[in-house]
Design a protein around this ligand. Structure first.
Ligand SMILES: Nc1ncnc2c1ncn2[C@@H]1O[C@H](COP(=O)(O)OP(=O)(O)O)[C@@H](O)[C@H]1O
Ligand SMILES: [Mg+2]
Length: 244
């Protein structure tokens, strides 16, 4: 049985079908790339999966349980964790305390949280800034911190929304290595990214959305060579820049 079964999920904003009957199965241990031009509905789909938006229709089963309509906190308890396109950390407490707060929210004890935080700060090369307020960190460091916060308790599935956007190449390297290692250890991911080289490198399977619908779903190489996918991207400056 797939870990997550997304069946004909819809999200409408007035007359706009931002997500239009999307069906996908995600198996345990998969790292699935979710791609598609700007405005194709990727963030909206993640928002529905993480409980931040109420779906207009369809169903989502997670580990066999119908979880559509659950609140984000209920989903976090079930191991569905989410990173946002716009970094969300607590700017006025230290990097270390950000991780502690997340650990406690994810059900770890204070001592477990402390231990995990130290390990993650080390892995994410943030040890030297752990006592600085998160607001004093660079954008990339805050992104890495948000990564750490998601991984305090091992999530069942991590939903990442453009984690590499506007991040320094060295930190991008740290992040993609982190994702790769976690995936090799069995961690399941959905990764939204415009960065095709990274998607090709990390994701064996990709799903391309356009205008709220799934255009293609399969091995990443094949998906990127599907004519409907190429057409959807024509005129997308991000894609052209990266393939120039
Ligand atoms: N809260 C909202 N209210 C109205 N329209 C929205 C809202 N969020 C997203 N949209 C619209 O839904 C479509 C899909 O957006 P989004 O999911 O952000 O796409 P992507 O992440 O693929 O760039 C876009 O047309 C966007 O303008
Ligand atoms: Mg988006």
């Amino acid at each position: 049985m797939p870990l997550m079964q997304i069946n004909e999920v819809q999200k409408h904003f007035g007359g706009l079908r931002a997500v239009d009957k999307v069906s996908l199965d995600i198996s345990e241990g998969e790292l699935v790339g979710l791609i598609g031009p700007n405005g194709s509905g990727k963030t909206t789909l993640l928002n529905v999966l993480s409980g931040h938006l109420q779906a207009s229709g369809g169903s989502v089963r997670f580990d066999g349980e119908n979880v559509l309509g659950f609140k984000p906190a209920q989903l976090v308890c079930r191991g569905i964790l989410r990173m946002f396109q716009m970094t969300r950390v607590f700017n006025r407490i230290s990097a270390f305390d950000n991780l502690i707060v997340s650990g406690l929210a994810q059900g770890l004890s204070e001592s477990e949280s402390g231990k995990r935080a130290i390990e993650l700060l080390e892995e994410l090369t943030l040890t030297h800034v752990m006592y600085l307020d998160a607001g004093q960190l660079s954008g990339g460091q805050r992104k890495l911190l948000e990564f750490g916060a998601c991984f305090m308790a091992k999530p069942r599935i991590a939903l990442l929304d453009e984690p590499f956007a506007a991040v320094h190449p060295v930190m991008k390297e740290t992040m993609s290595a982190f994702i790769k290692r976690r995936n090799e250890a069995g961690q399941t991911f959905i990764l939204v990214s415009h960065d095709m080289p990274v998607v090709v490198d990390l994701c064996a399977r990709s799903v391309c959305m356009n205008a709220g619908k799934v255009l293609a779903d399969g091995p990443t190489d094949q998906v990127l060579h599907t004519s409907a996918v190429i057409e959807a991207y024509l005129g997308e400056s991000d894609y052209e820049d990266q393939h120039a």
